[in-house]
Design a protein around this ligand. Structure first.
Ligand code: OVM
Length: 397
């Protein structure tokens, strides 16, 4: 229940008009106050940078173990057995994270880089020679699918289920609305395939999946826990980077002058990816649950409250960013919360950054112009800002 001075808004951020164009609605949320009450959902929300960042930092008060979606795991059955990482607090979270951090290392990525770069360059060369194509299936989905499943060591059979699985998982953080029901319809097989693909006997030797079972062999966790950590890789590692790359291509296509800056200086590729994440954050929102009574900017939030954090809105808050709505690849973008902040900050951020940088660099090297040839289409999801199609034309250098 909302008591006191907190503004109460009749806004459902999971309704289809909001999901289709979240940026049109964020200013109203930010301007209504540092904390607001969303009447249709019965939750608190924060959409300004400072409050979002400080809630993410304060993981003892704003906990994750009661779920980072609308459902409170202390009252409702979780949609799937909770993640040992995303939906855990210390000390469990920290143990999981340190096991996974040893696998997702700078050293591992350095080894992968040359082969990934060759694949990115070859993919862009193929697409540029085509001229016109849909950048969603042919680029932003194609590239992660060329590298990520091999890195994990997944079975060859059934990999196409990965994107359907992510759709289901990210929809499940929101309410059981039409986006959830219709978006997930017909995708149920993906759940069984992922459970199968996470089993030890279905993982290839030398991959990041098997590395987790080897951690279990050393007594760092149980084999069951290793399987759940493989599930985390599969849940969080595909649709996030798919849409991160998609948004970068969309941003560059709709800002030719920014693409020219990138062509003039290929070293801006990683910045271009980072700025596109700020400008159009793939993970739009996550919830936290208050583990105790707390106060934010003079307003009381009682224990057991769901609090919706608008990461994407924080990344466009004019209180924090100059010309917040402008996409500018040479701005200082450090501190954005597109990968979250604090102890849960994206485990795979180095992987995502490498993917984005390599695609940005390949475009800078090989392409002289990127043009939209039709309206980009959105694929509505309760958590992800996702593209369904992005028709483009690229001209060769
Ligand atoms: C996980 C998980 C699932 C979805 C997203 C995510 C963005 C993590 O299973 O740990 O992080």
């Amino acid at each position: 229940m909302n008591t006191g001075s907190i503004a109460s808004l009749d806004i459902d951020p999971f309704d289809e008009a909001f999901l289709a164009d979240p940026y049109a609605h964020h200013a109203a949320l930010r301007d209504a106050g540092p904390v607001v009450w969303l009447e249709p959902l019965g939750v608190y929300a924060m959409a300004r940078f400072d409050e979002v960042q400080s809630a993410l930092r304060n993981h003892e008060t704003f906990c994750s173990s009661r779920g980072v979606g609308l459902a409170d795991f202390s009252k409702e059955e979780p949609f799937r057995p909770p993640s040992l990482l995303l939906e855990a607090d210390p000390p469990l979270h920290d143990r999981t994270r340190s096991i996974m951090n040893r696998i997702v290392s700078l050293k591992a990525l350095k080894q992968l880089r040359p082969a990934w770069q060759a694949k990115a360059d070859a993919l862009i060369a193929k697409l540029v020679s085509k001229g016109q194509f849909d950048a969603v299936p042919e680029l932003s989905e194609a590239f992660p699918m060329m590298i990520f499943p091999d890195m994990i060591g997944l079975a060859d059979e059934g990999r196409e289920h990965l994107i359907d699985y992510a759709t289901i998982v990210f929809n499940a953080f929101g309410p059981r609305n039409r986006v959830f029901e219709e978006g997930n319809a017909g995708k149920e097989a993906a759940i069984d395939w992922v459970a199968w693909a996470c089993e030890r006997q279905n993982l290839k030797r030398g991959g990041w999946g098997m590395a987790l079972y080897e951690a279990a062999d050393r007594g760092e966790c149980t084999p069951e826990e290793a399987g759940k950590m493989v599930r985390s890789f599969l849940s969080a590692g595909v649709d996030t980077t798919v849409n991160g790359i998609g948004h970068m291509v969309l941003a560059l296509a709709s800002h030719p002058e920014e693409f020219q800056k990138l062509r003039e200086n290929h070293k801006l590729a990683s910045r271009a990816f980072e700025e596109s994440l700020r400008w159009d954050s793939t993970v739009q929102t996550f919830f936290r649950t208050t583990a105790k009574d707390t106060e934010v900017a003079g307003s009381n939030i009682p224990e057991g409250s769901k609090v919706l954090l608008f990461l994407a809105s924080a990344n466009r808050d004019p209180r924090k960013w100059d010309d917040a709505d402008q996409f500018r690849i040479d701005r200082n973008v450090s501190g954005h919360v597109g990968f979250g902040f604090g102890i849960h900050q994206c485990l795979g951020q180095m992987v995502a950054r490498l993917e984005g940088e390599l695609i940005g660099e390949a475009l800078a090297k090989q392409v002289s112009s990127i043009r939209l040839t039709g309206e980009p289409k959105r694929r509505l999801n309760n958590t992800l800002h996702a593209l369904g199609s992005l028709p483009v034309e690229m001209e060769v250098v």
